[in-house]
Design a protein around this ligand. Sequence first.
Ligand code: UDP
Ligand code: MG
Length: 313
Amino acid sequence: MINKPLVSLVVPLYNEERYAYDNLHAILAGAETSWADIELIAVDDGSRDMTVKEVERAAARDPRISVIAFTRNFGKEAAIHAGLEQAKGEVAIVLDSDLQHPPALIPQMLELWRGGAFVVEAVKSHRGVETFSGKLFARTFYFLFRHLAGLDLAGQSDFKLLDRQVIDTYLAFPERHRFFRGLIGWARFPSAQIPFSVPERAGGTSQWNKLKLIRYAINNLTHFSSLPLRLVTYIGMGTLSIGAVVGIVSLVQKFRGAAIDGFTTVNLLIILMGGAILLGLGIVGHYLALIYDEIKGRPNYLIRPWKKDSINE
Ligand code: UDP
Ligand code: MG
């Protein structure tokens, strides 16, 4: 008999003590298929409550669960990374611990993987219950991301299936700062999408406050775009051009005797110096952007993965 393929479920947890035990079992139950073996890697992201104990209790009952526990809160991205590094499966699925990423979708995602997809993305067709400011925040973030980084991530979530080849490629990226959704979107592996509507959190509260979200948004935007750095040059050029026009007007006024004493000199100095300084800063920005790209070391190209026994899209 041929060995069954192994599916790794990667689940980050932060302060989920009340529901961790039940949710992990619910996730395993939802993922059940006859043709695959399952392992679940629970990554405790430095919870300040008893989440680790609960996860260990769950692992004691079900040997398919293994536990990674961080020393402190390193963030969901780090937890996903650690889980993927630990995953032994031919395929991995990353999903939230609060059942907002419905485990019932897992068998469907696995079918699409068997059909040849290397990435299966669960896309939010309905964002679930969110506050007005939360929706506005998400919209603004995706708008900026689309225009600054050229990637449309609207509706994207971290609920994703990745083929082994994709996991290995992802883990081999040398950059340290990771934006999972962004990097997978950027890589454009042959993928399939499943729409889902986000259910209510299965207990507990979201650990994201506005400040944490803003930091997350700014970090990820600047990680994917150096446009803000380069923009300074254009502002500098604009200022210098306006400066030149204003300067000429001031000079003409001066020679006509229509200018107040000293005004022309001050005018010219302020405008031309301001423009020159901005331009100088912009040039520094350009070099900084180049250095930044070099340091990230993102690959220049990615080879399309290939499966022997299936037809790619
Ligand atoms: N999480 C994490 N580290 C954090 C914050 C959250 O590992 O610093 C986990 C959390 O336990 C959950 C998932 O990431 O499994 C999504 O978090 P949450 O439900 O708070 O976010 P939301 O659903 O509001 O996006
Ligand atoms: Mg949630």
